[in-house]
Every structure is written in C-alpha cells, then in structure tokens.
Design a binder for this molecule. Sequence first.
Ligand code: BT5
Length: 313
Amino acid sequence: MQDTREQVLDALAQEPVSGPDLADRLGVSRAAVWKHVEALREAGFAVESDDAGYRLASVPEFGGPAVAYGLDAPFTVEYHDELPSTNARARELAAEEASDVVVLADHQTGGRGRLDREWRSPAGGIYLSLVVRPEVPATHAPAFTLAAAVATTRAAREAGVDARIKWPNDVVVVRDGREHKLAGVLTEMEGEADRVSWVVVGVGVNANVDPEELPGEAAPTSIRAEAGDVDRRVFTQRLVEEFGALRHDLEGVVEAWREHATTLGRRVRVDTPGGEVVGEAVDVRFPGTLVVDTDDGPVDVTAGDCEPLRPAE
Ligand code: BT5
C-alpha cells in the first residue's frame, strides 16, 4: 500500500495525470488510485483535479507522509501529534525488532533529557527518535550522539542559524560569550558488550517555538528566535539524511564534530560521575571521549556536563 501511495505521489508531483492513466501505469484499479488520492488529501496533501487530471498543488507543513515524501534516507516515519516521549515510543519499537524508523512528534508531554531531566517540548518544535541496529560494540554507542549532533548542526546551519556543538550532546548558538541551547541529544541503547542490539537516538530541536516557552535557566534559544520560522519538514529530512549517512562512517564523525565544536581550546569544568574535572578541553576522540588537559595531566572524560570557564576561574 505504502509503496503504491508513494508512486502515486511521485507521479502527481511531476505533471497532471488522469486517473485511468495512473491506474495503467501502476497496474492498479481506478478505484485504488482514487482511494490513494483521497488518503493523500486526508493527510494534508492538496491534490487538485481538472480536465488534465490530478495534480499535486502542495505538501503539508509537517507530519509523517510529508516528511517521508522526498526523504533521501532509508528510514520509515512514524508520526504522532502528541506523545509522552519519542524515545519511549522508539524503545518500544526497538523491542519489537524494528530498525531504521524515525518516531516524530509535534509535541511531547514527558520529554526527557539525560539523567531523567525534563526536556520541555511545546508544539512547533521537532522531537524525533531514530531506531537503528548497528553491528558495533556497545562502547561505540557515544559516536551516535556525536553523529546526531553533527546532523542537527548541519540542518540548523542550512536553516540560517550559526549553530555549534557543545560536548557531548548540545547544539548551541554562542552570543555575547554565552551558549544558548538550541537542541539536545539523548542516546539510549541495549545490548551485550561486544554487540549492541539497538540504539535509540533522540533529538529535540527548538524549532518554531518562542524561547519564553522554554526553561529560562538553560538560556535556551530557537530557530524562530535566531532566523525566523523554519520548514520543519525540510529540517527533519535534512537531519535524518545527514544522520543516515554519518552512521555508516562513525570514525569520520569525530572529524565532522571537531569542525563545529565550541568546547575545544577552552577551559572547562566537567561534572562527571567520578567527580569534577577542570582544565583545557584539548580534543575529542572516537567514540566521543573528551580529553581535558588538567594540572595533573590529560584526563579522558566519557560522560558528564561540561561548562566553559572564564580564564580567571
Ligand atoms: C538533553 O538532555 O539535552 C537531551 C534532550 C533530548 C530530547 C529529545 S526530544 C526527542 C526525544 N524524546 C525524549 O524524551 N527525549 C529526546 P540534557 O543535556 O540532560 O539537558 C536537559 C536540560 O536542558 C534540562 O535540565 C533543562 O535545563 C534544559 N532544557 C529542557 N528543555 C529544554 C529546551 N526545550 N531547550 C533548551 N533547554 C532545555
């Protein structure tokens, strides 16, 4: 069904085509063509019909079929207007053996950050979770966080926002020496040490939302505030396409990450599960380890919250 519907869409997008012609071309009945056209209209696609036949006049602003239409990456899209958390839904799908699925929502009622923190998710943002089943050891999982941060940063830059990456999982805009959070990544996985079973990579992007709707203490920003409203369909497609390419080049991800990093070359304080690490952030190494040059020599940090310090601190 889905394939025929996509073929109908592709045909209508190119030139007006009559129902009988389309039925012939796709090897289905005229009634089936009509049903697909009606389903597309219900999904928000404007399909006009006149003497020349059916014609695609416009694509909906957002939603599953809209994002799937023209998506140049092998992911299927599951869309919800509202979900508690796209990561929670993606984990369910992963447990059912799904792979290469994007769960997408217009808003979330229980969006989560790391360490069970809240991710405020008002309508107009982009909340998505990618389910993948890569053949890699569990230790490589952090590279998927970096890949998602790079993909999000590239999509944001294409949307006209001067986005950068703050280790490990934030996409930020730096203004007046302060980092304003535009997007965050939450990666979850399951598997054995030598091989992951699935990885769920969740990304929350403050797209067409007002920063006043977001938690003030995080100094948030949004694409709306930085560059005006964005086409969420195109943004989501670009993010998924970039991630889809990067996931097959995990070693190359680090290089792409360094290109956009705010963290490197700065003095930082990192709160890690093992205590505080203070020094100059000098490098990021595969699969996502931050190297901090401290008074006692270089320290490898694999997880934590990283804050830039002023030179005097
Ligand atoms: C993150 O956590 O930055 C990861 C956020 C991942 C959210 C996505 S949305 C789709 C998918 N489904 C989910 O349920 N989650 C993922 P962390 O680094 O822990 O940052 C959380 C902190 O950011 C919070 O404690 C707040 O201070 C702040 N914050 C919350 N909502 C924000 C927002 N919309 N914009 C900017 N900062 C926010």
